[in-house]
Design a protein around this ligand. Structure first.
Ligand code: ADP
Ligand code: MG
Length: 243
């Protein structure tokens, strides 16, 4: 699904180049649920932005399915992103003047999907995220957890094979956070969604099947969480994270 080939990202700060991602290689198979952990400033958000084509690498190739996204024009990239990638952010990024239904339908509206199809799909999605009774509410009338569920429904509107989430539970308490993580886990299992989730929270990371630990723009470890060995793997990771 995803193949990073020698990705580098360098920011110019004044005259000083600052390399945030250092020659990274990575493969993520279709249907995998991956967590990206690492200290603040290690490059997690930058990596996710590169994967989603929201920012472009200084060097290297980023294949999603068969498409090398840095080689696309701006127009092609926008089209590709809308059809293939759903984004979920820590602060939900809902449109405050639109209702739940309008927010969810927004990507379909942008793609010129017919109103009747939008309506059918929106009905499916509100059901999937358990918000049928909130369809005409505005974001300000919802709790944080409900807003995040709307943003997940919106991310899934075009039925993308890949969802990228940056700290999706960062603003939520444990109970609401767990609801969001269970929802992502269910979507991953039921529709085979590929999920890449940045989180600094070890509790959230345990919902994934694989944990990448970033440090100073490099992958420091790449661990699979097999049933039964999580505690051991997590202890090792946390020791590295705190080292
Ligand atoms: P994380 O999400 O792991 O906290 P980021 O990917 O946000 O880390 O940032 C990694 C490093 O890159 C940080 O040192 C940050 O200051 C720097 N950085 C991020 N975005 C920019 C930018 N647009 N311009 C310059 N430096 C940036
Ligand atoms: Mg970040």
């Amino acid at each position: 699904m995803i193949h990073l080939n020698d990705i580098q990202k360098t920011y110019e700060i004044g005259k000083h180049p600052f390399t945030v991602i250092k020659g990274m290689n990575l493969k993520i198979p279709k249907g995998e649920f991956v967590a990206i952990m690492g200290p603040s400033g290690s490059g997690k958000s930058t990596l996710l932005q590169l994967l989603g084509g929201l920012d472009s690498p200084t060097n290297g190739e980023i294949f999603i399915e068969k498409t090398n996204i840095p080689s696309l024009s701006e127009k092609e990239l926008t089209y590709f992103r809308r059809r293939n990638i759903g984004f979920i952010f820590q602060n939900y990024q809902l449109l405050p003047t639109m209702t739940v239904a309008e927010n969810i339908a927004f990507p379909m509206e942008a793609e010129g999907i017919s109103k009747s199809k939008q309506k059918r799909r929106t009905a499916e999605l509100v059901q999937a995220v358990d918000l049928e009774d909130k369809i005409n509410f505005f974001p300000s009338q919802l709790s944080g957890g409900q807003q995040q569920r709307v943003s997940i429904a919106r991310a899934l509107a075009m039925n993308p094979p890949l969802v990228l989430a940056d700290e999706p539970t960062g603003n939520l308490d444990r109970k609401r956070g767990t609801e969001i993580l269970n929802l992502l886990d269910r979507l991953h299992r039921e529709i085979g969604l590929t999920i890449v989730m940045v989180t600094h929270d070890p509790y959230a990371a345990r919902f994934a099947e694989r944990i990448l630990l970033l440090k100073d723009g490099e992958i420091q470890s790449d661990s699979r969480l097999a049933e039964g060995v999580e505690d051991h793997v997590m202890e090792n990771l946390l020791a590295k994270l705190n080292a």
